[in-house]
Ligand binder design. Structure first.
Ligand code: TYD
Length: 192
């Protein structure tokens, strides 16, 4: 029965975790959680693979823009931030903003090699998501990777014109994991 819940997840150690020499510490956290490492490799990604990974799926892009705007809505300077966003990106629209963030995100992922890995375990996807914490490190709980090693937030967008640096990517769910494993480890032959 237990076996039914065993799944794989794709974890990418992003350029900031490598540049900050946090790789060992972050990998240790996954190991200690009981997840089992199945594959790991260093990849010099090209634009094509990054554009597949962060696909141009309109739902995901809209969500990206909306999450960003939601962050600013919760501050007491929403109107000012919105004006800065409009000045920098020429839009306040969540879809257009999401598209702009996707471009920045892909540029960031192309900055240095990545460590790409597959981990397996019971409910591995949700487990890994709990270990990494909230997308926005400022909102991530202490004890999570993003919460412990970063305080970054969408503020970076208006101060430095860059995406959030949040150290690690982990598949959102088993379907996403299958799609992502196919992209990064096509030889694994997981069916679409
Ligand atoms: P997303 O898929 O929403 O989050 P997660 O990585 O937790 O699955 O977003 C993908 C990446 O986009 C995220 O890791 C960092 C970047 N991003 C920003 O740069 N700014 C933002 O406001 C959001 C929501 C994400």
């Amino acid at each position: 029965m237990e076996k039914d819940f065993v799944e794989k997840t794709l974890i990418i150690f992003k350029p900031d975790s490598i540049k900050r020499n946090l790789l060992g510490e972050i990998i240790t956290r996954f190991e200690k959680s009981g997840l089992e490492i199945k594959e790991i490799k260093l990849v010099y990604p090209d634009r094509e693979i990054m554009e597949k990974h962060y696909s141009d799926d309109i739902k995901w892009i809209t969500n990206l823009g909306e999450k960003t705007l939601d962050f600013f809505k919760e501050t007491n300077q929403f109107e000012q931030y919105l004006a800065s966003i409009n000045e920098m990106f020429g839009t306040k629209d969540p879809v257009e903003l999401g598209m702009a963030i996707r471009v920045l995100l892909i540029e960031f992922m192309l900055e240095s090699p990545l460590i790409v890995s597959i981990w397996e375990g019971s409910f591995a996807c949700s487990k890994a998501r709990k270990i990494i914490g909230n997308t926005i490190p400022l909102n991530a709980l202490p004890g999570t990777i993003r919460g412990d090693y970063s305080s970054d937030s969408p503020i970076s967008l208006i101060t430095e014109g860059r995406c959030i640096y949040n150290l690690v990517h982990a598949s959102g769910d088993a379907i996403e994991a299958e799609r992502e494993i196919n992209i990064w480890f096509p030889q694994m032959g997981i069916k679409d």
